[in-house]
Design a protein around this ligand. Sequence first.
Ligand SMILES: Cc1cc2nc3c(=O)[nH]c(=O)nc-3n(C[C@H](O)[C@H](O)[C@H](O)COP(=O)(O)OP(=O)(O)OC[C@H]3O[C@@H](n4cnc5c(N)ncnc54)[C@H](O)[C@@H]3O)c2cc1C
Length: 233
Amino acid sequence: VRAVLHHTHAETPHITTFWFKPDRPLRYQAGQFTELRLPHAADDRGDKRWFTISSSPTDDLLGITTRHDPARPSSYKQTLFGLQPGSEVTLAEPMGDFVLPKDNKRPIVFVAVGIGVTPMHSMVKWVIDAGQHRTIHLLYAARHLEDMAFRKLFERAPIAFDTMLKQPPAGWTGKRGLPSAQLIAELPGVKDNALVYLAGPEPMIEKFVAELPNYGVENSRLVTDYFPGYITV
Ligand SMILES: Cc1cc2nc3c(=O)[nH]c(=O)nc-3n(C[C@H](O)[C@H](O)[C@H](O)COP(=O)(O)OP(=O)(O)OC[C@H]3O[C@@H](n4cnc5c(N)ncnc54)[C@H](O)[C@@H]3O)c2cc1C
């Protein structure tokens, strides 16, 4: 599907949302992802990347949100961050099963690490816009306070919003460090059969999946989204 860049919005100094207007409306469920093709003279990482659709199906435009690593950006990220409104891109049909359960009484625990927060943003925005009543606990872990995107939305959402910083500022009252399987197993609701959604850098999510059963959280309750290309936050 062809789409044009409508505008961009800086969520944090390094995280930007790119808002696209597709040629025709794209149907998707909150939490799904697409593939964005950017024709350019690409390095060996190529001209396509997977991105979660960070917007909600209730939004008029379609958003993707990504990080810009100024130290060693790929040719892809350099091109993306250089796009001007009106630039043309290609989007794949949305896909993926990192979506809310049909049963809206099932308690949910979201664990988002770094840019893994994008599908959580889509789902929480959708829950708000659709006026749904769900029990959601969101733990959002990032490196610095200024790396936390979407905080205002999460603070006003009807969810329990829990934060964790690897390098917190002085006076920080939230959690410190990075989440571990043990910490996740002890989050409110996890002992009561909540579904546990995990999104973030691939090696971290793999570790949680391997270790959570040791803490009584069986794999059948886990819903995962792995973001390759990021090692840690
Ligand atoms: C289902 C799914 C959903 C995703 N959703 C999102 C999303 O919502 N937002 C998002 O930002 N990303 C998302 N990703 C990840 C995304 O597709 C890219 O992999 C990621 O953004 C990294 O982009 P980049 O390769 O252009 O690296 P950059 O962002 O330019 O670089 C990231 C860092 O890793 C290093 N690096 C990464 N790969 C290599 C390599 N091959 N060689 C050398 N250095 C490397 C870079 O030097 C830099 O330090 C998703 C992936 C999947 C599979």
